[in-house]
Write a protein that binds this ligand. Structure first.
Ligand code: ZN
Length: 251
């Protein structure tokens, strides 16, 4: 089957053969067999900011996943984890506007979106830790990344997003990570990559509340945590944050 869809001027080709097998393997492990999931492989990658994305299609009741060129077990599992989180909290069904609808030159809005995703991704990865087969995939990633997830040049917002995800991921999500190792890597982020000034003490104390909401079944708790985290960094005004959230979610 050779099916294509067009989003934001890019063509997404349906993944076939061994890649589909990889996806099916994890669909089974995560118990998502009853759910209609369609996967697409992105040939042109017009959105430099994302390497995989997922949407819920309310009319057909399907989930559509798009992957960038390089995808592996970690990305497959993570995207499927978004479905698990949606089944638990309704977060994908609450989305009104996807990133594809945000103009490419509206970088500020796209960066808020990136930061939002880092928070949602923490909830996704936490949900995945319920599956013992999945944990090693994330543990392996800890060794590979050595603190920085991407080697390409990132914006300040992206580094801050990675800092937030790193903090949550290693403190509350992946079991058995050494505290000293976490702190060393957080220091590297702060010293070498983040030039924006804000209070890390405030940021950390808000991030620590993740622990009490991580099992939530209400998507609004995820949005609320994002809002509190963003306010503590002063990267965006209250107005900008509210505008973003109203545009993205049915709230
Ligand atoms: Zn994600």
């Amino acid at each position: 089957m050779n099916e294509t869809i067009t989003i934001n001027g890019g063509t997404w080709k349906l993944i076939e053969n061994e890649n589909t097998a990889l996806i099916h393997e994890y669909i089974k492990i995560l118990g998502l067999n009853e759910i209609t999931i369609r996967s697409f492989f992105h040939k042109n990658n017009p959105n430099g900011l994302i390497d995989a994305s997922i949407q819920y299609k309310p009319k057909s009741k399907e989930y559509h996943i798009q992957f960038n060129k390089n995808f592996d077990a970690h990305k497959v599992v993570h995207e499927l984890g978004h479905i698990l989180l949606d089944l638990k909290t309704g977060i994908l069904k609450a989305i009104k506007t996807n990133i594809e609808a945000i103009p490419r030159n509206n970088l500020r809005l796209r960066f808020i979106h990136f930061l939002y995703n880092c928070i949602e991704d923490a909830f996704v990865n936490y949900t995945l830790m319920n599956y013992p087969e999945i944990v090693p995939i994330f543990k392996k990633r800890v060794d590979i990344t050595k603190g920085v997830y991407f080697s390409k040049k990132l914006s300040q917002e992206q580094y801050i997003g990675q800092y937030i995800l790193f903090y949550l991921q290693h403190k509350f999500i992946i079991p058995g990570v050494n505290v000293g190792w976490i702190n060393t890597n957080l220091n590297i982020f702060r010293k070498e990559y983040i030039t924006t000034k804000f209070s890390y003490t405030n940021l950390h104390s808000i991030l620590d509340t993740f622990n009490s909401v991580k099992d939530t079944t209400d998507y609004r708790q995820i949005i609320l945590l994002f809002y509190k985290v963003m306010k503590s960094t002063n990267l965006y005004s209250e107005n900008e944050l509210k505008q973003y959230l109203k545009r993205k979610f049915k709230i």
